[in-house]
Design a protein around this ligand. Sequence first.
Ligand code: CA
Length: 225
Amino acid sequence: MRVLVIEDEARLAATLQDLLELGGYTADVRRDGESGLDEALTGIYDVILLDVMLPKMDGFTVLRRLRESGSAVPVLMLTARSETADKVEGLDRGADYYLTKPFDPKELLACVRALARRQPELRNPDLLEFCGVRLDKSSFTLSCGERSVRLSRKEFDMMELLMLNRNLVLAKESLLVKIWGYESEAEDNNVEVYISFLRKKLAHIHAGVRIRTIRMAGYCLEEDR
Ligand code: CA
């Protein structure tokens, strides 16, 4: 289980990290809203602890952007302010739970445990996500932020394989066999054609990922840095 802590107060961030690590979690810390959001969008976290008052981007904005990207990761909001208005705002914007500072470490760990358990139900089995790019099986769409595009069946199958094997090299032959089958007449250049369709669609939705060609090896879906 991996937890992201987005908290600008150094001492509190370090305490939270220690506490989570003692509780058996891997914890990463980001100290401002912008880098916190970037990190949250990687999709590798099971739970996110999010402060409200943060430099560069406040916690409510981070939460809104995260939900707009389609992420359903459980978010526990932390704040020094105890006004009811803040709580209502946080919950309206998709926070799953709210803790007011100072909090009891036991209560915090109990919340993280509860949210981590809820994760499988929250996860949509029809949705794959990588670096803010979402592939939705229920609608055969590929999207990023507000932009989306419909895929043909073969494009979808290929994108699904690339996303399931993100950051790994997929051989052209294995794409060919998995998508067209052993018996098919399809040739290597069918794969190239569909890869080029997908690249155009990724560019169209302004995706932050790219399909890299690895000479003599195959293709790799990776973050476009
Ligand atoms: Ca703060």
